[in-house]
Design a protein around this ligand. Structure first.
Ligand code: ZN
Length: 402
């Protein structure tokens, strides 16, 4: 007996069987998204919508110390039973199987998994819920990445090396973002999320304009997803600096609310249904260098990937606008700010060799090669260096001084 094929949206939406060559437009998204200061205290009320009567919370030991008691109290106050499972830190098949075994043994059966934490805990929670055949509820404690709203998990080996991407037939049933928690987290996470979210528009636009391009779903992007992507860039330019200052003060403001929604909801739907392109190919390529992977966040690598994409696309004015914004909030604008030497040809070639293998690189209609990408990254480095000279690098140094 052969194992069933893993679920792949590309297989469902893209009509790979060739029937009439139809490539439809498609959009997926969580059915419920709630955001605001202290909304975690009403988590039980929201879980009653699932509806859940016996929830499992997947959360790290640190998360339990910070938020475990009030989350349990909120759930139990809605007459919902709750158990806690400690997340051990890596989103690997081994960790997922361990948690699944713990929850399979619990009676009565768990009817909902609540993942509380950063991207890896959220992605592990999606896997656990999928294995148990129950909905996943996502409570992100950081606004640093696109994980909360998507129906996919990035899987790693137990040692933390990227393994593959797992896709699920369901988006998270509910996403609850407590902006008071985001405001209390280190500001570097919010800034990294802004790098990830800024790329959403420029990648979605590339996919919208190239009729051959496909979203992560294997489908053509809808106008809706592209519009959410465009709103990401517009909101970041308008409110990004004010949101950063709010987190520096530990305060929830309207600007912070708008940027948290941008980093989490708009960018999450925008990347999944609007499509990825060169910026994320370069960002994923950068993870092959341990020195980058271990010291920089996903959104920081995406920032350099986006600047490389704008060079490839000869968008000189947009390059200046985006790089100036990145320098102001402390994102990397040149290779040195990712700990890389622009003259280290073997390292840059390794990055771009990986980038060229990723499925979304073909969404860029211009002819590309490892050589052209290395040259583009070096050109982005030179231009970005000029921006850093003019703007100063105090915001970057403030985030990277520890
Ligand atoms: Zn991303």
């Amino acid at each position: 007996m052969s194992a069933p094929l893993p679920y792949l949206p590309q297989r469902v939406f893209a009509a790979e069987d060739g029937t009439h060559g139809i490539v439809p437009q498609a959009l997926i998204a969580p059915p419920r998204y709630v955001q605001g200061p202290n909304v975690w205290e009403r988590l039980g009320r929201y879980l009653s919508l699932i509806p859940s009567t016996n929830a499992a919370i997947l959360i790290s030991a640190g998360g339990q110390r910070r938020d475990g008691a009030r989350l349990l109290q909120s759930i139990r106050s809605a007459q919902i039973a709750a158990t806690t499972v400690t997340f051990h830190g890596e989103c690997s098949q081994e960790e997922v199987e361990r948690v699944v075994a713990v929850l399979r043994a619990s009676t009565p059966a768990v009817d909902c998994v609540v993942a509380v934490g950063g991207g890896k805990c959220i992605d592990a929670g999606k896997c656990v819920a999928d294995r148990l055949g129950v909905p996943v509820v996502v409570c992100p404690s950081l606004a640093s990445n696109d994980a909360p709203c998507s129906a996919l998990s990035v899987m790693y080996s137990p040692a933390g090396v990227f393994a593959d991407v797992e896709y699920f037939p369901h988006s998270p049933a509910l996403v609850v973002v407590d902006t008071q928690v985001i405001a209390a987290a280190p500001v570097r996470y919010l800034v990294a999320g802004m790098g990830d979210a800024m790329a959403t528009w420029y990648e979605a636009r590339t996919c919208l304009r190239n009729p051959q391009a496909r979203s992560v779903l294997g489908a053509r992007p809808t106008l809706a997803a592209s519009a959410l992507g465009e709103l990401c860039a517009r909101t970041l330019f308008a409110d990004g600096v004010a949101a950063l200052e709010a987190v520096q003060r530990g305060e929830v403001t309207d600007a912070l609310e708008r940027i948290v929604e941008t980093n989490t909801l708009l960018s999450g739907i925008g990347f999944e249904s609007g499509g990825l392109a060169l910026a994320h190919a370069v960002a994923q390529g950068l993870t092959v260098l341990p020195a980058v992977h271990q010291h920089y966040l996903h959104g920081e690598m995406v920032a350099m990937g986006l600047l490389t994409q704008l060079v490839v696309q000869s968008q000189a004015d947009e390059f200046q606008q985006v790089a100036a914004f990145f320098a102001t909030i402390g994102l990397p604008v040149h290779l040195g700010q990712l700990g890389l030497d622009p003259d280290d040809t073997p390292a840059l070639r390794a990055v771009m060799e990986t980038a060229m293998t990723l499925p979304y690189i073909v969404n860029e209609p211009l002819p590309l090669s490892v050589d052209t990408l290395v040259a583009a990254a070096r050109h982005a480095h030179t231009l970005g260096n000029d921006v850093a000279q003019r703007a100063g690098d105090a915001p970057y140094r403030a985030l990277h001084s520890e």
